[in-house]
Design a binder for this molecule. Sequence first.
Ligand SMILES: [Cu+2]
Length: 148
Amino acid sequence: MKYGKSLTSALIGASVLFSSAVMAENHVVQAQVTAFKPMVIQIAPGDTVSWENMNGHISNTVFTNKDQSKTEYIPEGATGWTSAMGENYGTEPLTVEGVYLYKCDPHWGAGMGGVIIVGEPTNLEAIAATKPKGALKRLVKKAQKAVK
Ligand SMILES: [Cu+2]
């Protein structure tokens, strides 16, 4: 029976792997004037995100601070992105769970940013603890509301 049991669990394991690979989804965000819609998306680990209607826009996880240093609000171990200006863009599968903040540089002054929450929002408290201001604060509040 030992053999039977391990075979069963191997089959279950294989089917879980198979179904998660098959079911990985792409989520589309539209740039509309000076906003990303939807502004907040919640996705599963391994899913991808793509941006459309990006003429005049960019999707960028790299934020420049007042002292010109750079900060990325993404989970530990994740890789951010800076899309090409004016071009539609698609991420690699986002496998690291947590909150990813991004913005559109030309319209960041108008608050054009977005939030991707992959699985559990593991790093959201840490981001909130940095006491973000302005448009960044708004993104964090939207993220907090989404996971409540
Ligand atoms: Cu923009």
